[in-house]
Design a protein around this ligand. Structure first.
Ligand SMILES: N[C@@H](CCC(=O)N[C@@H](CS)C(=O)NCC(=O)O)C(=O)O
Length: 210
Protein backbone atom coordinates (compact mmCIF):
# COMPACT_ATOMS: atom_id res chain seq x y z
CA UNK A 1 0.00 0.00 0.00
CA UNK A 2 1.25 3.47 -0.92
CA UNK A 3 0.55 6.58 1.11
CA UNK A 4 0.27 9.83 -0.81
CA UNK A 5 0.50 13.14 1.00
CA UNK A 6 -1.69 15.34 -1.13
CA UNK A 7 -4.10 18.21 -1.50
CA UNK A 8 -6.88 18.06 -4.09
CA UNK A 9 -5.83 19.92 -7.22
CA UNK A 10 -2.20 20.36 -6.18
CA UNK A 11 0.79 18.63 -7.77
CA UNK A 12 0.05 15.43 -5.90
CA UNK A 13 -2.78 14.98 -8.42
CA UNK A 14 -0.16 14.15 -11.08
CA UNK A 15 0.87 11.14 -9.00
CA UNK A 16 -2.63 10.25 -7.82
CA UNK A 17 -3.78 9.98 -11.44
CA UNK A 18 -0.90 7.64 -12.23
CA UNK A 19 -1.58 5.44 -9.17
CA UNK A 20 -5.20 5.25 -10.31
CA UNK A 21 -4.17 4.42 -13.86
CA UNK A 22 -1.99 1.55 -12.63
CA UNK A 23 -4.66 0.52 -10.15
CA UNK A 24 -2.19 0.71 -7.27
CA UNK A 25 -3.90 0.95 -3.88
CA UNK A 26 -3.08 4.11 -2.03
CA UNK A 27 -3.96 5.90 1.21
CA UNK A 28 -4.56 9.59 0.66
CA UNK A 29 -3.42 11.87 3.48
CA UNK A 30 -4.29 15.58 3.40
CA UNK A 31 -1.11 17.56 3.80
CA UNK A 32 -2.95 20.75 4.75
CA UNK A 33 -2.62 24.29 3.47
CA UNK A 34 1.15 24.27 3.22
CA UNK A 35 1.47 27.94 2.35
CA UNK A 36 -0.72 29.17 5.18
CA UNK A 37 -0.55 26.62 7.95
CA UNK A 38 2.86 26.44 9.64
CA UNK A 39 1.89 23.29 11.54
CA UNK A 40 0.91 21.48 8.35
CA UNK A 41 4.24 22.54 6.86
CA UNK A 42 6.18 21.31 9.88
CA UNK A 43 4.31 17.99 9.85
CA UNK A 44 5.18 17.39 6.21
CA UNK A 45 8.75 18.70 6.59
CA UNK A 46 9.36 15.93 9.11
CA UNK A 47 8.88 13.49 6.23
CA UNK A 48 9.97 15.62 3.26
CA UNK A 49 12.22 18.54 4.31
CA UNK A 50 11.06 20.52 1.25
CA UNK A 51 7.50 20.38 2.62
CA UNK A 52 6.17 19.81 -0.86
CA UNK A 53 3.62 17.47 -2.32
CA UNK A 54 3.58 14.96 -3.90
CA UNK A 55 5.26 13.09 -1.08
CA UNK A 56 4.80 9.37 -1.53
CA UNK A 57 5.51 6.69 1.07
CA UNK A 58 6.34 3.43 -0.65
CA UNK A 59 5.07 0.10 0.70
CA UNK A 60 8.60 -0.43 2.11
CA UNK A 61 8.22 2.76 4.16
CA UNK A 62 10.76 4.66 2.05
CA UNK A 63 9.88 8.25 1.27
CA UNK A 64 9.80 9.32 -2.33
CA UNK A 65 9.42 12.87 -3.62
CA UNK A 66 9.65 14.59 -7.01
CA UNK A 67 6.83 13.83 -9.41
CA UNK A 68 9.17 12.97 -12.31
CA UNK A 69 11.14 10.47 -10.22
CA UNK A 70 7.89 8.93 -9.01
CA UNK A 71 6.58 8.79 -12.60
CA UNK A 72 9.62 6.80 -13.72
CA UNK A 73 9.60 4.62 -10.62
CA UNK A 74 5.93 3.62 -10.93
CA UNK A 75 6.60 2.51 -14.51
CA UNK A 76 9.60 0.51 -13.26
CA UNK A 77 7.77 -1.34 -10.53
CA UNK A 78 4.68 -2.09 -12.57
CA UNK A 79 6.81 -3.24 -15.51
CA UNK A 80 4.50 -1.25 -17.74
CA UNK A 81 5.27 1.20 -20.51
CA UNK A 82 1.85 2.72 -21.07
CA UNK A 83 2.69 5.97 -19.26
CA UNK A 84 6.46 5.99 -19.79
CA UNK A 85 7.76 4.95 -23.22
CA UNK A 86 10.35 2.21 -22.88
CA UNK A 87 14.09 2.75 -23.39
CA UNK A 88 14.16 1.67 -27.02
CA UNK A 89 11.00 3.41 -28.22
CA UNK A 90 11.26 6.37 -30.60
CA UNK A 91 9.28 8.53 -28.15
CA UNK A 92 11.70 8.01 -25.26
CA UNK A 93 14.02 10.99 -25.86
CA UNK A 94 11.12 13.44 -26.26
CA UNK A 95 9.40 11.96 -23.22
CA UNK A 96 12.45 12.40 -21.00
CA UNK A 97 13.22 15.82 -22.42
CA UNK A 98 9.79 17.27 -21.76
CA UNK A 99 9.25 15.50 -18.45
CA UNK A 100 12.41 17.10 -17.11
CA UNK A 101 11.63 20.40 -18.84
CA UNK A 102 8.30 20.60 -17.06
CA UNK A 103 9.62 19.76 -13.60
CA UNK A 104 12.94 21.61 -13.90
CA UNK A 105 11.76 24.76 -15.66
CA UNK A 106 8.02 25.24 -15.30
CA UNK A 107 7.32 23.74 -11.87
CA UNK A 108 9.85 25.99 -10.09
CA UNK A 109 8.02 29.07 -11.36
CA UNK A 110 5.29 28.03 -8.92
CA UNK A 111 7.77 27.43 -6.13
CA UNK A 112 9.03 31.00 -6.48
CA UNK A 113 5.85 32.83 -7.45
CA UNK A 114 3.11 31.08 -5.44
CA UNK A 115 4.10 33.09 -2.37
CA UNK A 116 6.77 35.46 -3.65
CA UNK A 117 7.22 37.12 -0.26
CA UNK A 118 9.08 33.98 0.80
CA UNK A 119 11.85 35.13 -1.54
CA UNK A 120 11.37 38.87 -2.03
CA UNK A 121 10.82 40.75 1.19
CA UNK A 122 9.29 43.97 -0.06
CA UNK A 123 5.58 43.64 -0.91
CA UNK A 124 5.69 45.81 -4.05
CA UNK A 125 8.80 44.12 -5.34
CA UNK A 126 7.25 40.73 -4.60
CA UNK A 127 4.23 41.56 -6.77
CA UNK A 128 6.49 42.63 -9.64
CA UNK A 129 8.61 39.52 -9.17
CA UNK A 130 5.54 37.32 -9.40
CA UNK A 131 4.43 39.06 -12.57
CA UNK A 132 7.81 38.45 -14.19
CA UNK A 133 8.02 34.86 -13.10
CA UNK A 134 4.49 34.23 -14.36
CA UNK A 135 5.39 35.86 -17.66
CA UNK A 136 8.48 33.64 -17.89
CA UNK A 137 6.24 30.62 -17.25
CA UNK A 138 4.08 31.66 -20.21
CA UNK A 139 7.18 31.70 -22.43
CA UNK A 140 8.03 28.21 -21.23
CA UNK A 141 4.53 26.96 -21.98
CA UNK A 142 4.79 28.47 -25.45
CA UNK A 143 7.93 26.39 -26.00
CA UNK A 144 6.05 23.27 -24.91
CA UNK A 145 3.15 24.19 -27.20
CA UNK A 146 5.49 24.61 -30.17
CA UNK A 147 7.05 21.19 -29.55
CA UNK A 148 3.66 19.54 -29.18
CA UNK A 149 2.40 21.13 -32.38
CA UNK A 150 5.10 19.26 -34.27
CA UNK A 151 3.92 15.86 -33.02
CA UNK A 152 0.44 16.49 -34.49
CA UNK A 153 -1.40 14.82 -31.57
CA UNK A 154 -3.73 13.60 -30.39
CA UNK A 155 -1.39 13.39 -27.37
CA UNK A 156 1.72 15.21 -26.23
CA UNK A 157 3.98 12.64 -27.90
CA UNK A 158 1.76 12.19 -30.95
CA UNK A 159 -0.22 8.99 -31.35
CA UNK A 160 0.67 7.51 -27.96
CA UNK A 161 -0.62 8.51 -24.53
CA UNK A 162 1.90 9.12 -21.74
CA UNK A 163 2.37 10.64 -18.30
CA UNK A 164 3.07 13.97 -20.03
CA UNK A 165 -0.63 14.12 -20.87
CA UNK A 166 -1.42 13.75 -17.17
CA UNK A 167 0.96 16.60 -16.32
CA UNK A 168 -0.98 18.74 -18.82
CA UNK A 169 -4.32 17.57 -17.42
CA UNK A 170 -3.35 18.96 -14.01
CA UNK A 171 -1.00 21.85 -14.73
CA UNK A 172 -3.28 23.60 -17.24
CA UNK A 173 -5.61 24.16 -14.26
CA UNK A 174 -2.97 26.35 -12.65
CA UNK A 175 -1.56 29.75 -13.60
CA UNK A 176 -1.75 31.12 -16.26
CA UNK A 177 -5.14 29.37 -16.19
CA UNK A 178 -7.30 27.71 -18.80
CA UNK A 179 -8.38 30.94 -20.48
CA UNK A 180 -4.75 31.72 -21.29
CA UNK A 181 -4.13 28.20 -22.60
CA UNK A 182 -7.30 28.41 -24.70
CA UNK A 183 -6.04 31.61 -26.32
CA UNK A 184 -2.29 30.98 -26.50
CA UNK A 185 -1.79 27.24 -26.40
CA UNK A 186 -5.07 25.61 -27.47
CA UNK A 187 -3.30 22.41 -28.51
CA UNK A 188 -2.07 21.87 -24.95
CA UNK A 189 -5.51 22.52 -23.53
CA UNK A 190 -7.23 20.09 -25.85
CA UNK A 191 -4.72 17.36 -24.90
CA UNK A 192 -5.27 18.22 -21.23
CA UNK A 193 -9.05 17.98 -21.59
CA UNK A 194 -8.87 14.63 -23.37
CA UNK A 195 -6.43 13.27 -20.77
CA UNK A 196 -8.78 14.21 -17.92
CA UNK A 197 -11.33 11.73 -19.25
CA UNK A 198 -8.80 9.00 -20.06
CA UNK A 199 -10.08 5.63 -18.80
CA UNK A 200 -8.61 4.87 -15.39
CA UNK A 201 -7.84 8.45 -14.43
CA UNK A 202 -11.19 10.22 -14.80
CA UNK A 203 -12.40 9.46 -11.25
CA UNK A 204 -9.11 10.56 -9.67
CA UNK A 205 -9.17 13.70 -11.79
CA UNK A 206 -12.73 14.47 -10.68
CA UNK A 207 -11.75 14.00 -7.03
CA UNK A 208 -9.02 16.60 -7.49
CA UNK A 209 -11.01 19.05 -9.57
CA UNK A 210 -14.67 18.55 -8.58
N1 LIG B 1 9.65 19.32 -8.01
C1 LIG B 1 8.47 18.94 -7.28
C2 LIG B 1 7.60 20.17 -7.06
C3 LIG B 1 6.45 19.90 -6.12
C4 LIG B 1 5.76 21.19 -5.69
O1 LIG B 1 6.25 22.29 -5.88
N2 LIG B 1 4.55 21.04 -5.12
C5 LIG B 1 3.82 22.19 -4.63
C6 LIG B 1 2.33 21.95 -4.71
S1 LIG B 1 1.74 21.95 -6.37
C7 LIG B 1 4.12 22.40 -3.17
O2 LIG B 1 4.06 21.47 -2.40
N3 LIG B 1 4.46 23.64 -2.80
C8 LIG B 1 4.78 23.98 -1.46
C9 LIG B 1 6.07 24.74 -1.39
O3 LIG B 1 6.79 24.83 -2.41
O4 LIG B 1 6.37 25.24 -0.32
C10 LIG B 1 7.73 17.82 -8.03
O5 LIG B 1 7.85 17.75 -9.26
O6 LIG B 1 7.08 16.99 -7.38
Amino acid sequence: MFTLYQMPGWGSAIVELQLAHYNLPCDLVEAGELFEDAEARDRLAAINPLAQIPTLILPSGEVMTESAAITLYLADITGRDDLVPGPSTPERPAFLRWLVFIVANIYPTFTYADVPTRFVADGGAAAAFRERVDSYAKDLWRQVAAAVEETRGPWFLGPRFSALDLYLAVMTRWRPREEWFAAEAPGLLSIARAARGFPGVAAAYARNFP
